[in-house]
Design a protein. Sequence first.
Length: 255
Amino acid sequence: MNVSPQYVFADGGDIISLFGHNLNITDEVWCRFTLPSQNGRSNYYEIVQGSKIRESSVDCQIPTYPLASMEMEAFVEVSTNGQDYASSRLSFNYAQKPKILGFYPILGSVNGGTVVTVSGTDFIRESILWCVFGHSESPALWVSHNEIACTTPSVEYPVNVTLSLHFEGNTRLSEVSSSFAYHQELSLVGAFPMRGFVSGGTIVTVRGKVFLDVPTLTCYFGNRAVPAKFVSINSIECQTPSVNKSQEVELKVSL
């Protein structure tokens, strides 16, 4: 037999599925949960009646486990008569519900591909994590218990969406109050002047489409980033940085 998901929330209510053989003896099934105690005390048990979904699958609702201040291993056994339980027990883990505290950047192109760094608490390394942008899922890369990274999916048009997080087999989401903003892909038309002094300080007017008045608006002269001044949806201004020698660099704009 095996169990899914491997991680559930400590506040209970999640559904855990057990897969195995010989579950078709009766339509009634029970799950006995072995929950570890703290301070060296004996384990305690909770028994709940389950639901047989298929001939080889049983679903049971997870009990609350208030002692799980951190990740804790627990066990579950199945019975078809409420008295005799399977000789083998299956392990799973209680964990605190992950929380999103913030993310960056807060906007990206409708074409997707923006890597968003999400900060929070209780991100589980061994679990399969997803970021949900609106209604679209994106696999998450675990960085630490306080950080994950997600790549935005594409959308059809500019829109603000909520960013949520969920992990393997769990439908309850951890949401953040602020939204991620999708914008049209930036398109640069030209810039003037196209020359400046190595000492920097030249004001360059950049023309293009769909500029946004956001604090993160930035010009890149080569690999040197400088703040950009929003003028209009079709125009911004940037001041050139100083360089060590005369050279030609690529001009890029980022939101």
